[in-house]
Design a binder for this molecule. Sequence first.
Ligand code: ZN
Length: 237
Amino acid sequence: MIWFGRRGLRVLMYHKVSPVSEDEHTVNVARLERQLRWLRDEKFQFTTLADLLRGVLPARPVLVTFDDAYVNTLEVARPVLRALSVPAVVFVPTAFIGQTSAWDRDPQPLMDVGQLRALAGDGFELALHSHRHENFAGLTSAQIMADVRESMVTIRRLGLTTAPAFAYPYGGRPRDRRVRATMQAVLRTCGVTLAFRVGNRVNALPLADPLEIQRLSIRGDESFWAFQRKVAWGKFF
Ligand SMILES: [Zn+2]
């Protein structure tokens, strides 16, 4: 394939990885491997939150992220990522550590503290995904403040280390400008300097707003062509 896409930062958003089955929020291991190999063959360079925070991105940066800290990120995705030397970020909803994704239609086991530690020492960066995994679009400023603070307190209490980065559950942020400004102020007060929504666009560099970074939703029910097109152009093609 001759490259024809937009310039900028691509952030891939994965959820579950399965040995076999697929659906909107689940890719199977063969699909994950094919996608990562294709990115590498197209001369994309896998980057990290640390690089992004330092402002030292490669020429064609791609950041791989996994939401929700499913056990399958550790058991199914990690071997593929390790074999291809691809770093990744895991966004952790702190109230659910060691439990299940109670918000899912089909709740799946989530990593416990020991599993998160094992992952963090193995090419993954941990980052925040709220405390209760509620959609910030429907919360008041006070509720958002309480949730973000609870999340930070929990991380500290468990002795985990996270990057100063945050993924909004469901990609949701308050529509009301004042509430959104308060949310951003809360995040900054808690030391968060990068925050990720969905949006399905390639991010122009330098980033217009580091608390509104867009991610490309990678689904298990799309063709490989749809994946390539999304990576190349984002939502518009
Ligand atoms: Zn989530």
